[in-house]
Design a protein around this ligand. Sequence first.
Ligand SMILES: CC(C)(COP(=O)(O)OP(=O)(O)OC[C@H]1O[C@@H](n2cnc3c(N)ncnc32)[C@H](O)[C@@H]1OP(=O)(O)O)[C@@H](O)C(=O)NCCC(=O)NCCS
Length: 168
Amino acid sequence: MSGKTFGQAVVDVPSTSDGAGMWRLARDSRTLDLNSSYSYLLWCRDFAGTSAVVKIDGEVIGFVTGYLRPNQPDTLVIWQITVADEHRGRGFATALLDSLVRRTGARHLEATVTSDNDSSIAMFRALAARWGAGLTGNQLFSADQFPDDHAAEFLFRIGPFVPVNAPS
Ligand SMILES: CC(C)(COP(=O)(O)OP(=O)(O)OC[C@H]1O[C@@H](n2cnc3c(N)ncnc32)[C@H](O)[C@@H]1OP(=O)(O)O)[C@@H](O)C(=O)NCCC(=O)NCCS
């Protein structure tokens, strides 16, 4: 196993064999937008370097997907993050995000949140605090820009991450 261990859990770089499990977690989160099963496989093939999974006994129990902004490659954009219901509150999202910030060497992180997602908002505030980084928030997409009943998305921009401040 190449990844870093947290108790019985291992945080690792995803491979295409993890794509199905990631799709199931996104489906079961009942919070994330569920993308096609194909997109999770493709993400594992082409964006594994900016994504991470956490596994227990080989089963994916959490993941984070991200990419570096093409026009701002020091900025890691978080696309989706979730942890299986029964494993929440144990620091797995923290481990996923911290390992990805370290692995990518990103100076900034961006993520969007909806105003009703308290755990997500708290998770990104805690990330900024752990790294001693700033956090700014602005509306990115208003509800009327979406063709369906999607809520407005607010952009959090966190950084700069300074390696000397990295949480141990
Ligand atoms: C958000 C989510 C990924 C957090 O995963 P987790 O493994 O439970 O999170 P952690 O245990 O690592 O906690 C990370 C921080 O988030 C905060 N947090 C997590 N769950 C919380 C909750 N229910 N209420 C308030 N704060 C919460 C805590 O402040 C914690 O920081 P701390 O260590 O300083 O206390 C998880 O709740 C989830 O999968 N939610 C559904 C999908 C989702 O909403 N994803 C985010 C979309 S942007």
